[in-house]
Design a protein around this ligand. Structure first.
Ligand code: ATP
Ligand code: MG
Length: 470
């Protein structure tokens, strides 16, 4: 009696089949119906009593159940037309004591609507999967070449030429430069110019991966190496980069303990996965990058000296933007071309004043900062020419108060090549001048200024906002 308590009562089975599968049919090896549930019969315009014992082909239009009982092969998610409905059916052979005794068929989706509702749920997942697949493929290719590295400054050119010359070497490269100077661009360009370009370029950001994950990220792990380890283990970035290049970005932020492990891999050219026994040979070239002063870190004992020498075989020093201001116009021009494509805004230009102003700034964020400034300007720009008012305030005011109307009006919106400015830009400039003038004569009283200009208060505020007037 005790054993029975843990058994599903026989009577329940039918109800379970009804609830769990909705529509189900079971046939014997001759293809005669042994079981069919009520819901299925209702759809077929028959009754359970009438259907049982009859050949499945007579009862269910286009049935293939009798074929499955012959082939013994399951047919999963096959499309089945019944009464004008496109249904999704599963058919499984039934083996009892190793003998093919019949087949069981279920209908997963009874109509296109059900199927649609389901596919709407999985569609975003499939798209997401696709996105990550593409991203992975994309990430292991280099996106930039040496041609994309803009600049004629002597120091910059010698860094670029050195990188180009050693692109095909096996030796490690250390890219040094402040944040936003183009270290990642250099790594891509080296990869693309090297014979390793047919193999992946794998980037690891040593600063952003939590310390406890870094080892398994770099070297992979075996199944069961730790709780939560994926079945079958996982390849690390070094293995993924086999025959290609690994780009160790922000290497200066790598914890000391990991530095020792990295050193071993660099020296031995082989690694062990976390929790693994066997050694795996790897053929990977290393490009490391950092904005930190590694020599100083070595002195302070924060970076292993032996690893530093291993990574610093070919040192490429990329100068900051403030030390190559002569390159700024061309870089800005190339960045604007990129923004034109990105935002579908052709013929973007910089006014002379903007260019002069950009030259005065010290650019702590380097080219990335310039890129952000230009993108912001394009976003708030109505016409095609970027004016001082489109720059962030910290750039408008480099010498303190150079928002002055007189200064602004001196070089009315002429573009870099002294082309004729667009009417829209001229109007914008005139409006801005008029507003600043009105505000001066009313000592900053906006309401009175709006009255003087004979425009509404809202429109006045809108324009102030648009032209960056406080
Ligand atoms: N010489 C260059 N010519 C044109 N664009 C450049 C150049 N150098 C960098 N850029 C652009 O500047 C941005 C920053 O470059 P990158 O990401 O390579 O800098 P980074 O040195 O790796 O910075 P971080 O240390 O902050 O990671 C990128 O969007 C890149 O396209
Ligand atoms: Mg970078």
């Amino acid at each position: 009696m005790v054993a029975n308590k843990n058994r599903i009562p026989d009577k329940w089975f039918e109800e379970i089949l009804n609830v769990a599968t909705e529509w189900i049919v079971v046939v014997n090896v001759q293809g005669e119906i042994l079981y069919i549930n009520k819901a299925y019969c209702e759809f077929l315009h028959t009754t359970v009593e009438q259907a049982i014992g009859r050949s499945v082909q007579e009862v269910i239009e286009n049935s293939r159940m009798h074929i499955v009982t012959q082939t013994g092969q399951a047919e999963v998610a096959s499309i089945h037309f019944i009464k004008g409905n496109e249904m999704i059916a599963n058919r499984y052979p039934l083996y009892v004591d190793n003998e093919l005794v019949g087949a069981v068929g279920t209908v997963m989706f009874r109509n296109a609507k059900d199927w649609l509702a389901y596919s709407e749920k999985i569609q975003p997942l499939l798209e997401e999967l696709n996105y990550y697949k593409k991203k992975l493929e994309h990430e292991s290719e280099s996106k930039y070449s040496f041609q994309d590295l803009i600049g004629d400054n002597e120091r910059f050119l010698s860094a670029k030429q050195l990188a180009e010359r050693v692109a095909n070497s096996k030796s490690a490269v250390l890219l040094l430069g402040e944040s936003g100077t183009g270290k990642e661009l250099f790594a891509h360009a080296i990869h693309q110019a090297s014979s390793r370009c047919f193999f992946p370029l794998v980037r690891v950001n040593c600063a952003s991966i939590p310390q406890q994950l870094l080892e398994s990220e770099l070297f992979g792990y075996e199944e069961g190496a730790f709780t939560g380890a994926r079945r079958g283990g996982k390849k690390g970035k070094f293995e993924l980069a086999h025959r290609g290049i690994i780009f160790l970005d922000e290497v200066g932020d790598m914890p000391l303990q990991m530095q020792s492990k990295l050193l071993r891999v660099v020296q031995e050219k082989e690694l062990e996965r976390v929790g693994g026994q066997k050694t795996i040979d790897i053929d990977v070239r290393i490009i490391a990058a950092t904005h930190r002063n590694l020599e100083e870190m070595v002195e302070k004992g924060e970076f292993r000296e032996d690893l530093y020498y291993r990574l610093n075989v070919i040192k490429v020093d990329i100068p900051p933007l403030r030390e190559r201001k002569e390159d700024l116009p061309e870089i800005a021009y190339v960045l604007l071309k990129k923004l034109e494509r990105h935002f579908h805004r052709p013929n973007l230009k910089l006014s002379n004043e903007v260019l002069q102003q950009l030259q005065k700034h010290s650019w702590p964020g380097n080219i990335r900062e310039l890129e952000n400034v230009l993108e912001r300007a394009v976003n708030i720009l109505d016409g095609q020419t970027i004016l001082l008012s489109h720059l962030p305030l910290y750039l408008q005011d480099l010498e303190g108060g150079n928002q002055d109307i007189k200064k602004e009006s001196k070089g009315l919106v002429m573009t870099e090549k002294d082309e004729v400015p667009s009417l829209k830009d001229v109007v914008a400039q005139a409006e801005k001048e008029a507003i600043v003038k009105a505000l001066k004569s009313t000592n900053g009283n906006k309401q009175q200024a709006a009255k003087l200009l004979e425009i509404g208060k809202t429109s006045f505020y809108d324009k102030c906002k648009r032209y960056g007037i406080d």
